[in-house]
Write a protein that binds this ligand. Structure first.
Ligand code: SF4
Length: 335
């Protein structure tokens, strides 16, 4: 359980660029790909923030930057009030115990040669926690907690289904008793029939252990089930950030509206008009000027091609980056 005051995670102007070599011969050039372009948000203790968007929008890179699995190019990352973006590994190490990741692919993220006991105990071994007997007890406790019989601890990953493997991945992520978990598309590789079970397990664990989650997903239906707030990313930027109820009831950004229109409506007889976006996501090597979404936006105006909109608060806690929704005048201006 986390103590202390203030947000657990704070991000300001977080940026990550990669340098790529493109072309051949004389045309060979070094180009900059800005995967994450100045994003800012906070995560309150015990909160679940959904980070959604199409593939390549920068959400996975953002998750890895928060854990310093990737080095940021610019910006500030604060964990429990401490700036960590430039901490040397020696000082980062004790903090790493408190922040963990659950990967998307339960098939690729577990070493097939190791037993489940070895996999779940690995973080304890790496951080020198407990002796062999204490680690074995902890592994059994964790397996029990995620719904895997402790008597199966000597089996190998190939003996488990996809859902069971993801449960093992969750047990491993919890081994060091973390406060913050980045869940990177944790159910998208699973059969639809077992996704809800794994999401419900994460919800239960979050409540019982007071966990703070960054839940990365392209699936707004899954995010609705687990998150308190949602941030929508497009081409490396956050374009809308709002409490869940506000975002799903009245999405403001045309991109969010299009994403939401693709979710099937559960009630028979009710239909939601599907907004089909024109074209593909532009290359992050050459993002459009002005609003990055203008090449696909059904409501684009002339100003959108020239001026990049800022992320501004238009309702309490509801921020959007779109010229259709300018910031309301402050109380002082109204008076
Ligand atoms: Fe569409 Fe313009 Fe808003 Fe961008 S700023 S989302 S192009 S209306």
């Amino acid at each position: 359980m986390s103590g202390g005051r203030g947000p657990l995670v704070e991000v300001e102007g977080l940026t990550k660029s990669f340098h790529l070599r493109t072309g051949f011969g004389f045309r060979r050039a070094r180009r900059e790909l800005v995967a994450v372009a100045g994003v800012s948000f906070t995560l309150e203790r015990g909160e679940t923030l959904g980070l959604v968007g199409e593939s390549g929008c920068g959400k996975t890179t953002t998750g890895r930057l928060l854990l310093r699995l990737l080095e940021p190019t610019a910006g500030v990352i604060r964990f429990a009030g401490r700036e960590i973006q430039a901490l040397p590994e020696r000082e980062l190490r004790p903090l790493r115990r408190r922040m963990q990741i659950i990967f998307q692919d339960p098939y690729g993220s577990l070493d097939p040669r190791m037993t489940v006991e070895e996999i779940v105990a690995e973080p304890l071994v790496v951080h020198g926690v407990g002796d062999r007997a204490a680690r074995a007890r902890r592994v059994r406790e964790l397996l029990d907690r995620v719904g895997i019989p402790a008597s199966w601890a000597d089996r190998h990953p190939h003996e488990f289904s996809g859902g069971q493997r993801q449960r093992i991945g969750i047990a491993r992520a919890l081994a060091l008793d973390p406060e913050f978990l980045v869940c990177d598309e944790p159910v998208s590789a699973l059969d639809v029939s077992i996704r809800a079970q794994v999401v419900n397990l994460l919800v239960d664990l979050g409540r019982e252990l007071g966990l703070t989650y960054l839940f990365i997903s392209h699936d707004l239906a899954v995010v609705r089930h687990i998150c308190d707030r949602v941030a929508v990313m497009y081409l490396g930027r956050i374009v809308e950030l709002a409490p869940k109820a506000s975002l799903y009831r009245e999405p403001l950004h045309p991109y969010t509206r299009a994403l939401l229109s693709a979710i099937p409506v559960p009630r028979p007889g009710r239909k939601r008009a599907r907004i089909v976006l024109a074209g593909d996501v532009p290359s992050p090597l050459d993002p459009p000027a002005g609003c990055r979404f203008h090449t696909r936006c059904p409501q684009a105006m002339e100003v959108c091609r020239r001026v990049e909109p800022e992320l501004v608060e238009v309702r309490p806690g509801h921020r959007v980056a779109c010229h259709l929704h300018p910031a309301p005048p402050s109380n002082g201006a109204r008076a």
